[in-house]
Design a protein around this ligand. Sequence first.
Ligand code: ATR
Length: 273
Amino acid sequence: MDRYLVFGHPVRHSKSPFIHTLFARQTQQELEYGLAEPAVDEFAQALRTFFDQGGKGCNVTVPFKEQAFTLVDRLSPRAKRAGAVNTIKLTDDGVLLGDNTDGAGLVADLKSHGVTLADSRILLLGAGGAARGALAPLLAELPSELVIANRTHTKAQQLAAEFCDLGPVTAQTYDQLAGPFDLVINSTSASLQGALPPLAPALIHTDIAIYDMMYGASDTEFIRWAKQHGARQTMDGLGMLVEQAAEAFTVWRGIRPGTKQVLRELKRNLGVI
Ligand code: ATR
């Protein structure tokens, strides 16, 4: 049977096996999907061993995405832009192809929620790996403006400079931000520390769409805060997780699974509904 897995550390709580097993059942593909948690300095060896032993493809998650970028034979254009690889496929001619489906997953999820990106003013919070992966797919949707704000401003400036050939992207400090924005995307890891990005409450209004790339069994810190200040449309990163997986599955198997039912089952599994 064709073998796939996700590399991460820690990875025990990953939902990827659950999601890909449902995709495989739905599309009647014969495959198995597991987990691998190599020590941080043993990822390269573990990756090589997996493919030497007949593995067909893998996902890569924190903290290995940047390292995977350096280990593959060839990069897709979107992985090259993202500077990180979350999906690897062994091609028929034996080449390890590195791809990045995170940004496509974000955009697909935003669209499935009915969020309009064309001509919109988007505020992206954070300038780490997650923000980098999102920038090209977001700019491809032709927003009127995309502003990056980050605690360490120089990192936002670097990202804006790197992506400004793709669209109207600028960097501003949290203090400089002037609304109204149509969409705020939180790509920071602040909620992992139970913290909030230092955003002025005045930027939140009833018609704004709020997206947090994080998710949990209950509202993230950021979503709770945005609701308190009047946001009516809030979305967490669970849909992005399923959409990036669907995109990876399509890369591997050449067949696109449906995501709605799988997202519902995942929510049930997590106890969200
Ligand atoms: P990821 O790959 O998930 O993006 P990362 O590369 O470590 O992770 O980036 C984390 C992002 O969250 C960074 O933009 C970080 O800001 P700094 O560049 O200033 O470190 C941001 N971040 C983390 N904790 C934060 C906090 N408490 N408030 C605001 N931003 C925070």
